[in-house]
Write a protein that binds this ligand. Structure first.
Ligand SMILES: Cc1cc2nc3c(=O)[nH]c(=O)nc-3n(C[C@H](O)[C@H](O)[C@H](O)COP(=O)(O)OP(=O)(O)OC[C@H]3O[C@@H](n4cnc5c(N)ncnc54)[C@H](O)[C@@H]3O)c2cc1C
Ligand SMILES: NC(=O)c1ccc[n+]([C@@H]2O[C@H](COP(=O)([O-])OP(=O)(O)OC[C@H]3O[C@@H](n4cnc5c(N)ncnc54)[C@H](O)[C@@H]3O)[C@@H](O)[C@H]2O)c1
Ligand code: SF4
Ligand code: FES
Length: 814
């Protein structure tokens, strides 16, 4: 047995522990790990302290790795232990509390210390920084007894602290030395817009003020400035920058500049001693944001695991202020300088501003205010140093989502157009491709699941809208959890309350529902809009006009979107029974449009895959077949076995029954997709017992099975009833499906709905013939109002426009 090497980490913070997490994945058995941390907590998300202060998260919620994580990974953890000595000759570290531990490899990740202005009175009670849980608790406590706070520093930290204190009910003044805010991240125009927005939220500003003293006896009561003016405050928060925490390394003889000097593999000047995070200085830069620190950690982990790596080459950074109601983004070099050219666009009325800084045809920086949806895309261009010549103007103006997305009204088309390797989550370095893979191949269908699987959105949360956007695009028809209680954060009403209100008040549009039922967010979100659109259509099939912009991507394009942004075409083949003529037609279309892949689906249909969006209408026109609705929350397929027509075991005509069912329910939309199957005898070759409705022939009749599912969680059907004739099969399955349409929550498959309401409830609801007839009548009415989407698109110039390729951007000087 090989003995493990001893690895000691000093600093139980974000950068060091992230490096350990990586290392554990790459070489779980290589090191015996010991971690020392001055703070008494397990590793937590320092970034989220701003959210804790602003009431958006609890302290418990910001723990990244709880106590169990350390024991599960055999890590010895010393919390509340500050290392005061590193003996680099004997290779031993010693804590202030007297614990000495030898190391083979030492990792220093001691972070930064807040810069405390050396002002007279800085040692008074009530003068604090904002760096850790203790500071956060101190502020929360102070807000209980005191009413006025002054924050020194109008940078990211100062503004986030001020926003939190406002939330806690304090009157807050921000004192800033410069004449506009966040000058390290913003240009003056954006900073002025930001100031106005924050003033509207109740923050007060004192600009161009240099503090000379802190007033008060034992406790601070305010500030005195160099011009003789003063500000009152019983709590003084200093947020004027940070300095790398290097005292320990310096005392140990390790080379220091501003930070601990490291090379591309995070090696310090001492043998086997590495440094990572804010305490380190790489090529002259000590970073103060997590994204570069996590990049360092990833390289270091590879190096320590013996995995080949090119080394860390430095990072371009971007920032986003985490203040609710304010969208600010800044990336790269944002100030005008020699050789730089900047393009700006400002909408005073709409409160938006965009500035692009260009050098040698490349985008080198950007500032966004009011609408930061382009941030990830622009930042990716900055990092890749790609030429944007000829595209400047379109980048500045942004491409209209409608132009791109067929009236989506969202940024989904732009997200779709992003390359797979573009970074969506800056903090955690997670690319679009990784997130798409998690959604498409790893069953992640909520933001929470994506967070667990990829870490995207696990830090500052700034990328959450983009992650939601990708979820919306790639989950196609399976987005999110079934919508039950409260639907989403936009309302506290339950699904049943919403449906009842819509019905009683005869609300007729998504916006009307959101207005009348007092949605918290007037725009709604990707969860509630499609749900409301469905409920309205279900309740008022005749009056309600479907809102395309409230539908998920697949339903807007009437095709299934694939990982690479192409689509699929699945013509309807009733009961899975086709003919040589139909097959020839499909083959000809596949050849004509050079369809990369033709595949049989699990539901016995032919899938033409890899279709460009602009070819979809032409293909459907050439095919001249009904849509198979393989993309929507609709009836998908009715799978059949050959039945008694050919099979010696068959007792009934399963193919004929399947065709009848498919013709009866085609174009039926529902809370979630619906799949049927018909088997000609209990041998059940069509696998009817894992379908939403499964019909299985028996001697002299049919068993109707319901609530099955063959997906992630397999569920066998339950027998609803046994009938004799094909007409009865149609009646019972129609009544059952309409009951489900009317009562299930949006996104709830029949299997989940059945689990919730129970078979007895369903049996009871369908027991009486008149109840069944009423349900059948309502379903038939709805179905009589539907038409084939592709027939409509092929015939309408307007609708076809949605599928046209993107307009070419205009060159700037044209
Ligand atoms: C309120 C707030 C909000 C922020 N928001 C963002 C944001 O939105 N986006 C962003 O990118 N960044 C943000 N940051 C910055 C980000 O939190 C830091 O860049 C990051 O935490 C640095 O990680 P680190 O591991 O280098 O240092 P830290 O997370 O500070 O960890 C260092 C740890 O080492 C411990 N330590 C120090 N000396 C010793 C010793 N001698 N012995 C034992 N332990 C020791 C410290 O107690 C500390 O726990 C924010 C910071 C704050 C304070
Ligand atoms: N959203 C985010 O990304 C975020 C949020 C909080 C903190 N952070 C990070 O935490 C670290 C600390 O943040 P920060 O805002 O303290 O640092 P900072 O350096 O970004 O900003 C400090 C600000 O204080 C001002 N200042 C300096 N001396 C002053 C004085 N005497 N009086 C008044 N103002 C003065 C400066 O002009 C500057 O704008 C940074 O690395 C920052 O990137 C990031
Ligand atoms: S289910 Fe029965 S009838 Fe249908 S193919 Fe299988 S054995 Fe034949
Ligand atoms: S960008 Fe910060 S968590 Fe994704």
């Amino acid at each position: 047995m090989t003995t493990k090497q001893k690895l000691v980490l000093i600093g139980n913070g974000m950068a060091g522990v992230r490096a350990i997490e990586h290392l554990l994945k790459l070489a779980p058995e290589r090191y015996e790990i010991t971690i020392f941390g001055s703070e008494p907590h397990p590793n937590y998300n320092r970034i989220m302290l701003s959210s804790v202060l602003a009431g958006g998260a609890s302290l418990q919620e910001i723990i990244i790795n709880d106590w169990n994580w350390y024991s599960e990974n055999d890590i010895t953890l010393y919390t509340g232990h500050t290392i005061t000595r590193i003996d680099t000759d004997r290779k031993v570290v010693t804590s202030q509390q007297g614990v000495s531990v030898p190391y083979d490899t030492l990792l220093i990740a001691t972070g930064s210390n807040p810069f405390m202005l050396p002002l007279p009175g800085a040692d008074k009670e009530g003068v604090i920084a904002f760096r850790d849980i203790k500071d956060c608790e101190t502020m929360i406590e102070a807000a209980r007894s005191y009413k006025k706070a002054v924050v020194i520093g109008g940078g990211l930290l100062g503004l986030e602290a001020a926003r939190g204190l406002l939330h806690l009910g304090m009157k807050v003044q921000v004192v800033h030395i410069n004449d506009y805010l966040m000058e390290r991240q913003l240009d003056e125009t954006a900073a002025r817009m930001l100031q106005r927005e924050l003033e509207a939220q109740g923050m007060e500003f004192m600009l161009k003020k240099s503090t000379t003293a802190i007033k008060g006896k034992k406790r601070a009561t305010g500030l005195v400035f160099s011009d003789g003016s003063e500000a009152d405050g019983d709590l003084v928060v200093m947020a004027v920058g940070i300095k790398p925490n290097v005292d320990l390394a310096r005392a140990s003889g390790i080379e220091i500049n501003r930070g601990i000097v490291i090379d591309d593999f995070m090696r310090t000047s001492a043998p086997d001693v590495y440094a990572v995070g804010e305490c380190a200085e790489h090529r002259g830069i000590a970073y103060g944001l997590v994204a570069p620190l996590y990049e360092q950690g990833a390289v270091l982990a590879k190096h320590l695991a013996g995995v080949n790596t090119e080394g860390y080459g430095g990072s371009v950074t971007s920032t986003k202020l985490k203040v609710s109601g304010v969208d600010v983004f800044s990336g790269g070099i944002f100030n005008d300088g020699p050789g730089n050219r900047s393009l700006k666009i400002q909408d005073e009325l709409g409160g938006t501003y965009k500035k692009l800084v260009i050098k040698d045809g490349k985008l080198i920086g950007a500032v966004l205010f009011g609408d930061t949806s382009d941030g990830a895309e622009l930042f990716s261009m900055i990092k890749k140093e790609e030429s944007i010549e000829g595209r400047e103007k379109s980048l500045l103006l942004g491409v209209s989502p409608d132009q791109l997305a067929g009236g989506s009204g969202s940024g989904s088309a732009r997200l779709l157009a992003m390359a797979d390797d573009e970074i969506i989550c800056g903090c955690n370095g997670v690319s679009k491709g990784t997130i798409a893979d998690a959604i498409l191949n790893k069953g992640c269908n909520t933001v929470g699941a994506i967070k667990t699987c990829t870490k995207a959105s696990a830090s500052c949360g700034g990328c959450k809208p983009l992650v939601e956007g990708l979820l919306q695009i790639y989950s196609g028809d399976s987005i999110g959890e079934p919508v039950k209680e409260g639907i989403c954060g936009c309302t506290t009403l339950s699904r049943d309350e919403i449906v009842a209100s819509i019905s009683e008040m005869r609300l007729m549009s998504v916006n009307e529902v959101m207005n009348v039922l007092e949605w918290n967010n007037s725009e709604g979100c990707s969860k509630c809009r499609p749900a409301l659109n469905y409920y309205l259509g279900m309740l008022f099939p005749e009056e309600y006009v479907d809102e395309k912009e409230s539908r998920v991507t697949n339903e807007r394009f009437h095709a299934n979107i694939q990982k690479d942004g192409t689509f699929t075409v699945v013509p309807r083949i009733y009961g899975g029974i086709t003919s040589p003529t139909e097959l020839k037609k499909i083959a000809e279309v596949a050849e004509k449009y050079e369809v990369p892949l033709v595949k049989f689906t699990g539901g016995q249909r032919l899938d033409l895959m890899g279709i460009k969006k602009e070819d979809l209408p032409k293909i459907w026109s050439d095919l001249d077949m009904p849509s198979g609705h393989a993309y929507g929350k609709t009836l998908r397929t009715v799978k059949t076995c050959v039945g008694n027509t050919f099979c010696r075991f068959g007792t009934q005509d399963s193919m004929g029954m399947g065709v009848k069912l498919e013709k009866a329910f085609e174009r039926m939309n529902a809370p979630a997709k619906v799949k049927l199957a018909v088997s000609g005898c209990p041998r059940n070759c069509a696998e009817a017992s894992i379908k939403d409705v499964g019909v299985i022939a028996i001697d002299g009749g049919w068993e109707i099975h319901v609530g099955g599912n063959g997906g992630i969680k397999v569920r066998a059907t339950e027998v609803l009833t046994v009938v004799k004739t094909e007409d009865e099969v149609l009646e019972w399955s129609s009544a059952y499906l309409q009951l489900y349409r009317e009562q299930a929550a949006w996104n709830e498959r029949t299997a989940h709905w059945m689990e919730r309401v129970g078979l007895d409830y369903v049996k009871q609801a369908l027991e009486k013939a008149e109840d069944r007839q009423a349900l059948v009548g309502r379903l038939q009415k709805t179905l009589s109002l539907t038409s084939d989407p592709w027939k409509e698109i092929v015939q309408s110039d307007d609708l076809r426009k949605n599928f046209e390729p993107l307009a070419k951007p205009q060159p700037v000087n044209s």
